[in-house]
Design a protein around this ligand. Structure first.
Ligand code: FMN
Length: 370
């Protein structure tokens, strides 16, 4: 049984490996400049949405079942035809070249080595082609609209040719938010300082345009940034391939609801017709298990893997995924479930967050402001 020991403590592994996400984050904090750290860690305005993402996760407690024979625990799954070792996706992050020299290509390599899927941001370097051929693992491409339907059609052709199997259109960013952590540095990420012409196309996007775009494009289209049951129903009706519940990690609309708080209404609106992905505040395997129990098919991580990339490039990401997989398996075993399909809402109870707030990483130095 491999689940009894932390991955780093299983015999024969190099001793320099990170053993915990805490160690990865601490290392990222050492190597990133203050402005890049704040670019990654920050949210919009007062960062209330970002805080809510964690709070919503912390409100759920587990109701474990015992005597269930969990000698073998399976956390593998399939999403839009992609086989995943663990239902944790690498969310799209712009300007990743600031975090590690190979940028999004390193994220694709790390995800492939960890047995999961990377979503490459349209505002990260290197090019979509260079990131697309960085590894053979499953990958999707996230698109911000910067042109008309012909432009989108041409982008979709390149995306398909580069081996991506789905297009992810981000719909929670009709305009760019106000990011105060970043403004303190009088600094903008490259995605904002160059190549941001055509932003009006993102603002003009509506369901009618989406329907025309859907007709033209062969690739499955995932809608990222759905935050209400009403829009989830529209996504189903308009032929989306999956609903991706997200508030952009609290980086867009402030005072929005948390991904984990929205999830139940989306699960009931979608009614099993499409896969559901959720993100926002996921930092540990237990968070992943909670989302699955609430009815999500997969979870995405953003900042957490950006820290892993900063700490050790693609190897940092695959190590992080190993750590998360171990956490997911141990949580499942202690809940009494041997496969993901056994996870149900009655494994959870919603209540108040732990008194005094919950600290996902109690052994992280206090001066690190996540
Ligand atoms: C530094 C950074 C850049 C991001 N860039 C993009 C992007 O280019 N496109 C996009 O759809 N989402 C982007 N996001 C949002 C992520 O895809 C994801 O929704 C979010 O990070 C999830 O929350 P988490 O960081 O708490 O895990 C970005 C997030 C961060 C932290």
């Amino acid at each position: 049984v491999t689940i009894v020991m932390s991955p780093g403590l299983v015999g024969g592994e190099p001793s320099g490996h990170f053993l915990t996400a805490t160690e990865i984050i601490a290392r990222a904090h050492e190597v990133l400049s203050a402005s890049v750290w704040d670019y990654v860690a920050g949210g919009a305005d007062s960062e209330t949405t970002k805080r809510r993402n964690r709070e919503a996760i912390e409100r759920w407690s587990f109701r474990p079942r015992v005597l269930r024979n969990v000698v073998s625990v399976d956390c593998a799954t399939t999403l839009l035809g992609a086989r995943l070792r663990l239902p944790v996706l690498i969310a799209p992050i712009g300007s990743l070249q600031l975090v590690t020299p190979d940028g999004a290509a390193a994220a694709v390599r790390g995800a492939a080595a960890g047995g999961t899927l990377a979503i490459v941001s349209s505002v990260s370097q290197p090019s979509l082609e260079a990131s697309g051929c960085a590894a053979a693992g499953p990958r999707w491409f996230q698109l911000y609209l910067r042109g008309d339907l012909d432009w989108v059609g041409e982008m979709a052709r390149r995306v398909e040719q580069a081996g991506y199997s789905a297009l992810v259109i981000t719909v929670d960013a009709p305009v760019y938010s106000i990011r105060e952590r970043q403004l303190r540095h009088r600094w903008l990420p490259p995605s904002k300082s160059v190549g941001s012409s055509g932003e009006e196309f993102q603002a003009m996007l509506d369901w009618g345009t989406f329907a025309r775009l859907r007709e033209r494009i062969r690739l499955p289209i995932v809608l990222k940034g759905i935050q209400t049951a009403e829009d989830a129903e529209l996504a189903v009706r308009h032929g989306a391939a999956a609903v991706y519940v997200s508030n952009h990690g609290g980086r867009q609309l402030d005072h929005a609801r948390a991904g984990f708080a929205i999830l139940p209404e989306i699960v009931s609106a979608v009614g099993g017709k499409l896969p559901i992905i959720v993100d926002g505040g996921v930092l540990r395997g237990s968070d992943v298990v909670k989302a699955l129990a609430l009815g999500a098919d997969a979870i995405a991580i953003g900042r957490l893997y950006a820290y892993a990339l900063a700490a050790d490039g693609a190897d940092g990401v695959s190590r992080l995924l190993e750590i998360l997989e171990h956490e997911v398996r141990t949580t499942m075993a202690m809940l009494g479930v041997a496969s993901l399909t056994e996870l149900r809402a009655d494994h959870l109870e919603r209540g108040e967050p732990p008194a005094g707030g919950c600290d996902p990483f109690p052994f992280l130095l206090r001066d690190i402001r996540m």
